[in-house]
Design a protein around this ligand. Structure first.
Ligand SMILES: C[S@@+](CC[C@H](N)C(=O)[O-])C[C@H]1O[C@@H](n2cnc3c(N)ncnc32)[C@H](O)[C@@H]1O
Ligand SMILES: [Zn+2]
Length: 269
């Protein structure tokens, strides 16, 4: 179901590489992933999250604080009977959720991200998932090939997400809830703002339902708090002084909150 990013013909798996009928070839890296970025974006290491961010994300997710989100995604795949289909993790990062979905379902699970560092880490650890480097603006997969896609806290691309889904396919799009990380924001800012709702009206993807999940967590240990902070957009825009207020804590109590938006492909498409 993979497409050549240069000419959009089908790619075939030729052991050490993927090739199309026009002779465009994409070598598999030592870790098993394939880089399907074309043209000026080919050097994926220059874009997307860097290695330190990838490692911080991995250390934090492996502590299990966000497993309630992963479990809910699994429940939804079963509810919509997608647990045996082809599931795509869009902008999968270092692969924690991708592998979680693979372990808890019988689906064929694929994951991609624009960051080569993220995909390298993902492919090195999770050998049973096919990972590739690609851009959401041009996903190298056949139209109508995906039963369910998950997209967790990452950019949205209506046209491409709609194109790759099967007729009855679903997209589980996760965005931070209104008060996600409220406790962390209260430490950093005098007047924290609630997160604003994301755009959810799209002509080709119908929002069928939104599931809100919440919990209060106690994040233990300075390294883990620093890793969580490194995963947030606040890490770019907080003063050194405010950062220190957070990074000197040994434990942090905070609300965790996600909105899972269930989109269905419009029947007329
Ligand atoms: C906040 S991280 C979330 C990663 C993963 N979904 C998770 O929750 O652990 C956002 C991800 O989107 C990726 N990303 C950003 N722009 C992208 C694009 N145009 N195409 C594919 N991935 C992109 C980044 O490299 C990063 O890994
Ligand atoms: Zn080609």
């Amino acid at each position: 179901m993979m497409l050549c990013p240069v000419c959009q013909k089908n790619l075939t798996d030729d052991l050490s590489r993927f090739v199309c009928e026009n002779g465009h070839a994409f070598d598999k890296a030592r870790e098993g992933y394939v880089n399907l970025l074309a043209g000026r974006h080919k050097q994926g290491s220059l874009i997307g999250d860097n290695r330190d961010m990838a490692k911080a994300r991995r250390r934090f997710l492996e502590k299990g604080y966000y497993d309630f989100l992963a479990e809910e995604l699994v429940r939804l795949l079963f509810r919509f009977q997608k647990e045996n289909g082809t599931v795509l993790d869009i902008s999968c990062g270092e692969g924690y959720y991708t592998d979680f979905l693979r372990r808890k379902t019988q689906a064929d699970v694929l994951g991609f991200d624009i960051s080569k560092e993220m995909i390298r880490l993902a492919a090195k650890k999770y050998r049973d998932v096919l990972f590739f480097v690609a851009n959401i603006a041009s996903i190298p997969l056949q139209s109508g090939s995906i039963d369910a896609a998950v997209q967790i806290c990452a950019p949205f691309h209506e046209k491409e997400f709609c194109r790759i889904l099967k007729k009855d396919g679903i997209l589980l799009s996760v965005v931070p809830g209104k008060r996600h990380l409220w406790g962390l924001k209260e430490i950093l800012y005098e007047n924290p703002y609630e997160n604003q709702p994301d755009k959810s009206d799209y002509p080709s993807l119908r929002l069928a339902e939104t599931i809100r999940i919440d919990k209060t967590a106690v994040i233990e240990g300075r390294e883990t708090i620093a890793d969580l902070f490194a995963m947030t957009p606040y890490s770019y825009k907080t003063s050194e002084q405010d950062k220190q207020k957070l990074l000197s804590l040994d434990s942090l109590t905070t609300q965790l909150s996600f909105d899972i938006r269930i989109f269905k492909k419009e029947d007329t498409l």
